[in-house]
Design a protein around this ligand. Structure first.
Ligand code: IPD
Ligand code: CA
Ligand code: CA
Ligand code: CA
Length: 274
């Protein structure tokens, strides 16, 4: 993407994400309308929907030739990744938003012909914005994050994992080998927002993030950030991420990547069969 165009798009997206975040903060204590989607724990609120609608209106009014891929149904249905696509999660961590009123983020990834060019992850209640322009570094607010230091071995690493991995009935992974991984590493964390967890991998405060099912809007921005600081992001079978479907994701420091997948991640179902 042309440098000047990237700069302009970035500034616009940044202005909108800060505006949307400020609106959420101002209404954090307002009465909530909470509905469920695919199961009783899959929550959506009026704020998820209003926020995605806000981005849809802005993008369509200002960039009529761009496309939007969003979680809550206000975007476009895409058949391929051609053109400029905004991949938006209006609230990532809706359960945290509802139960905790914190620990959630707005995530925007802007891709051109399938290449991630711009990423923004806004931790709304802490007013912390992680941002990246591909090739120009990752920032936490105004401060540039350092490239990953790859000297720490797996046994001294912290991984963010969600505990559904440890349930024997999990249809996708051999839980015994994941238990071995958990015993091997220093510790685990689970923050409940994929976007923030990926930003934390980019920041280096955790060493990796491993998950069984994410949608493109969960990781579109975070994947660009992790790669920009030298980390590796793929499916859990080492395949390339597929921005049009749900996917497994491993994002981590590059020096622990092979060891995690080769020694500990045994998928029971092939990605193509899921
Ligand atoms: C969810 C969060 C959560 C992850 C789920 C996602 P949502 O997104 O990122 O951490 O484990 O897979 O669906 O629904 O809160 O936007
Ligand atoms: Ca959701
Ligand atoms: Ca999400
Ligand atoms: Ca969401």
């Amino acid at each position: 993407m042309d440098i000047q165009r990237k700069e302009e798009l970035f500034e616009q997206a940044k202005q909108w994400i800060l505006e949307a975040g400020s609106h959420i903060r101002d209404h954090i204590d307002a009465p909530r309308s909470i509905e469920t989607k695919s199961n009783p724990n899959d929550l959506v609120t009026e704020m998820d929907q209003q926020t995605e609608q806000f981005f849809a209106d802005k993008i369509r009014a200002n960039y009529p030739d761009h496309l939007l891929l969003g979680e809550e149904g206000f975007g476009d249905s895409l058949e391929d990744l051609k053109g400029t696509i905004w991949i938006v999660d209006p609230i990532d961590g809706t359960m945290n938003f509802v139960h905790q009123k914190r620990n959630f983020a707005i995530s925007i990834g802007i891709y051109e012909d399938g290449v991630g060019e711009i990423g923004l992850i806004y931790n709304v209640m802490e007013d912390v914005l992680y941002s990246v322009k591909r090739g120009q570094g990752v920032f936490k607010n105004e401060k540039q994050l350092p490239e990953h230091n790859d000297s720490r071995p797996l046994k001294e690493s912290i991984l963010t994992l969600n505990t559904t991995w440890l349930i024997p009935e999990n249809p996708h992974v051999e839980h015994d080998s994941i238990q071995e991984l958990v015993k091997t590493i220093r510790s685990t964390r689970s923050y409940g927002s994929a976007a923030l967890e990926l930003a934390f991998v980019a920041e280096g405060i955790v060493d990796g993030y491993l998950t069984m099912t994410l949608m493109p809007w969960d990781y579109a921005a975070g994947a660009i950030m992790v790669q920009e600081v030298g980390g590796t992001v793929t499916r859990a079978d080492k395949g390339e991420l597929d921005l049009l479907n749900s996917t497994t994701v491993l994002a981590c420091r590059s020096n622990i990547y092979d060891e995690i997948i080769d020694d500990y991640v045994q998928l029971k179902t092939k990605e193509s069969d899921r």
